[in-house]
Each structure stands twice: as structure tokens, then as C-alpha cells.
Design a protein around this ligand. Structure first.
Ligand SMILES: [Fe+2]
Length: 375
């Protein structure tokens, strides 16, 4: 057995943890670029609270609240320009996966020579950027503890995950109270994203005993809490456990990689604007069915962690039950995908890094078969 396992720099977790923001980052400098989405954080009052917490510790805030779902390279470029002009010492991402991924890459490359387009095309990040602090307000993406950033290229309508150890957050400040205002729909699809991370990580052909232990724990957390959080958004214990599930799954997949559901989810998001968690939910059961013969024992463990009988097929049934209870789409035809686009999506997915973790190698034709069955 041989493996490597890396962790994010620091995680501060717990109800009310956001109150520590200023003291946790004041040693980093005097000016922060605060990156968030366009409105949600303003509506909940969280944005003002974060700015006040920083001000109380003599940190000025430069607000960049222009991040759209699935941030484009242009959005990243504008953020980099602002961070440079204002000579920001750190970047704080506040929001869901899109805001955090945008903030993360801005911090990572702001003072590097290359442009965002070059890094998107594969140029390596060669050294540390400025510190990135993640303040997640959803529970699912795991980006608060991972070293990748998913970005969208508007020119070729593609999404890609940029990876570098230099993108690891300096601090993940995870306060489950920030997720209390999430509507049920977002709770559902971000939770299914976390579940997909955990299951794909657990069965990945690059899994190791540590990632497997984390992944199974995350699956158990999702199984025990996602419906509670979905049905009653104010259930702080369920929210806390879902925030934990997101982190734990993120720590796992950052080391094991993912699988075919994530490889196929990216073209679905980039070409049809399907939310990432919704795409994962549609694809996961079909990818599990494709893989199950090669990992029967592991899928049986997944079924057990999901509260079902210890049989591989029961894991698929458990995931489908969850999707149905939360009324999430189960077919590509439910989300506006045209059948004729399936071959193009398979072609886009065949070289995705996530596919390398899939326990059963999938050819382009087999990816077409998976998408066709999910249609
Ligand atoms: Fe994901």
C-alpha cells in the first residue's frame, strides 16, 4: 500500500464561528478582496456582517460581488484586476461553490505572470498566491477544503477544474448558521453534490484507507441529515452535520479524485446551464449502475451507510429514493437537454480528469450509453 494524503491548512468549524473572522485573518494584512455572488448574501445580511467583522479588526474590504453561477474566465479576470489595483493582501470568498471557486483562483494567480486563460489551458501555478479564506454558505461543494477551482469558458461552452496545491485555502471558516437561510431546493442539490463526492471518492480507483473512512462517514452524515435539513431549514443540528459532510467528503475526494458522474456533470452544466448538484443527482444512479459489477462489495457498504440492506443494488435505490423525496430531476430530458447533444457531451467528458478515478474505465461509447440511459 502506498498513498499520499494532503489537508487544507486550517478548518475552523462550528455555530457562530463567523464571529472569529476578523481575529483569524488580521495578521494577514489590512485589505481584503471580498468575493461573493450577486445578491443572496446581501439579502440575508451576511455580507454586511462580514464587512463589519473585518472593519472591527481594521481590515478594509474591497467588494467584488459579481460572481455568476459557474464563474467565467472573464469574471475571474475582472476580480484579479481589482485585487491588483487595490493591492489586496487576502481574498475572502463568501457564498456557494461558484463564489468560493472564483475567490480561490483570484488569490492563487493574482501576482503570477500568466493570465487566467493560460492557467485554464494547463499552465502550472508555480508558487503560493495570497491567502484565500473560504466562508461557505452552502453544504456540498467541498471547495472550502480542496485545491481545485471549477471555471467556465464562455468561448467553447466548457467547464474545467483547475488544480494546484497552491489553491488550497489558508483557512476554511465553516459556520453552519450561514446555511440556515438556504431554500429547500438548494439544500437538496448541494447535499446531493456532497453525496456524489463521497460515493465517487469511496469507489474511486485511487481511494486509500483514509479517504474511504472519510467518504463513508460523509455518506452516513448525508443519509442521516439531508432530509431533515430539506424539510426544516432551521434544524441547526442537521445543518451542522451537512456542513460537516461537505468538508469530510471534500477532504476525501481531494485525495482520491472523483468519477464519471462528475466527468459528465461538467458538460451538462456548461452547455445547458444545469446546476452542478442537479446534474450530479441525475447522473449518479446511472454511473453507479455502470460501475457496480466492478465494485460490488464497496457499493454494498455504501448501501449500508445509506441505511439500506448491504447489497450493491440497494445503494442505487437509496440514492433514487432521496432524489424522489426531494423532487429533484432524475432524467436529462427533465432539464432541457436535447437527445442529439449526447455524443458531444460524451466527447467533452472523455478526457476529464475526474474520469480517471472511475473504478470501471469508460469509453466514449460507454459514456454515450450512460447518458442515453439517463435521458
Ligand atoms: Fe461536485
Amino acid at each position: 500500500m502506498r498513498f499520499e494524503f494532503c489537508l487544507s491548512h486550517k478548518i475552523v468549524f462550528g455555530k457562530g464561528a463567523i464571529g472569529e473572522l476578523g481575529v483569524r485573518v488580521r495578521e494577514l494584512g489590512k485589505r481584503a478582496l471580498l468575493v461573493s455572488g450577486r445578491s443572496a448574501m446581501r439579502k440575508t445580511g451576511t455580507l454586511e456582517k462580514v464587512i463589519a467583522l473585518l472593519r472591527n479588526c481594521q481590515i478594509e474590504t474591497e467588494l467584488y460581488d459579481k460572481v455568476e453561477p459557474d464563474p467565467s474566465l472573464e469574471t475571474v479576470e475582472k476580480g484579479i484586476r481589482l485585487a491588483k489595483e487595490r493591492k489586496c493582501d487576502m481574498v475572502i470568498g463568501l457564498g456557494g461553490g461558484s463564489a468560493l471557486d472564483c475567490a480561490k483562483i483570484i488569490a492563487g494567480i493574482v501576482w503570477q505572470e500568466g493570465s487566467i486563460w493560460e492557467y485554464y489551458e494547463g499552465r502550472e501555478i508555480e508558487r503560493e498566491g495570497i491567502p484565500f479564506i473560504a466562508l461557505p454558505t452552502t453544504s456540498g461543494t467541498g471547495t472550502e477544503v480542496t485545491s481545485n477551482s471549477v471555471l467556465r469558458n464562455l468561448q467553447d461552452k466548457a467547464k474545467k477544474s483547475l488544480r494546484s496545491r497552491y489553491l488550497t485555502p489558508y483557512l476554511a471558516l465553516v459556520d453552519p448558521e450561514l446555511t440556515l437561510s438556504l431554500p429547500p431546493e438548494v439544500t437538496g442539490y448541494s447535499g446531493i453534490d456532497a453525496l456524489t463526492h463521497a460515493i465517487e471518492s469511496y469507489v474511486s480507483n485511487a481511494a486509500n484507507p483514509i479517504t474511504e473512512t472519510l467518504a463513508i462517514y460523509s455518506i452516513e452524515l448525508v443519509a442521516g441529515n439531508i432530509m431533515k435539513a430539506f424539510c426544516n431549514g432551521e434544524d441547526i443540528d442537521a445543518r451542522e452535520n451537512m456542513s460537516l459532510a461537505s468538508i469530510v467528503a471534500g477532504m476525501s475526494f481531494a485525495n482520491s479524485g472523483l468519477g464519471a458522474a462528475h466527468a459528465l456533470a461538467h458538460p451538462l452544466g456548461a452547455k445547458f446551464g444545469v446546476s452542478h448538484g442537479v446534474a450530479c443527482g441525475i447522473l449518479l444512479p446511472y454511473v453507479m449502475e455502470f460501475n457496480i459489477g466492478t465494485q460490488e462489495e464497496k457499493y454494498a457498504q455504501v448501501a449500508f451507510a445509506l441505511g439500506k440492506e448491504k447489497k450493491g443494488a440497494m445503494a442505487v435505490e437509496a440514492v433514487r429514493n432521496l432524489l424522489q423525496k426531494m423532487k429533484m430531476p432524475e432524467h436529462l430530458s427533465d432539464v432541457g437537454v436535447e437527445r442529439g447533444c449526447i455524443p458531444g457531451m460524451a466527447e467533452d467528458a472523455k478526457d476529464a480528469a475526474s474520469l480517471r478515478g472511475n473504478p470501471r474505465p469508460a469509453t466514449e461509447e460507454e459514456l454515450i450509453d450512460i447518458l442515453t440511459s439517463a435521458y
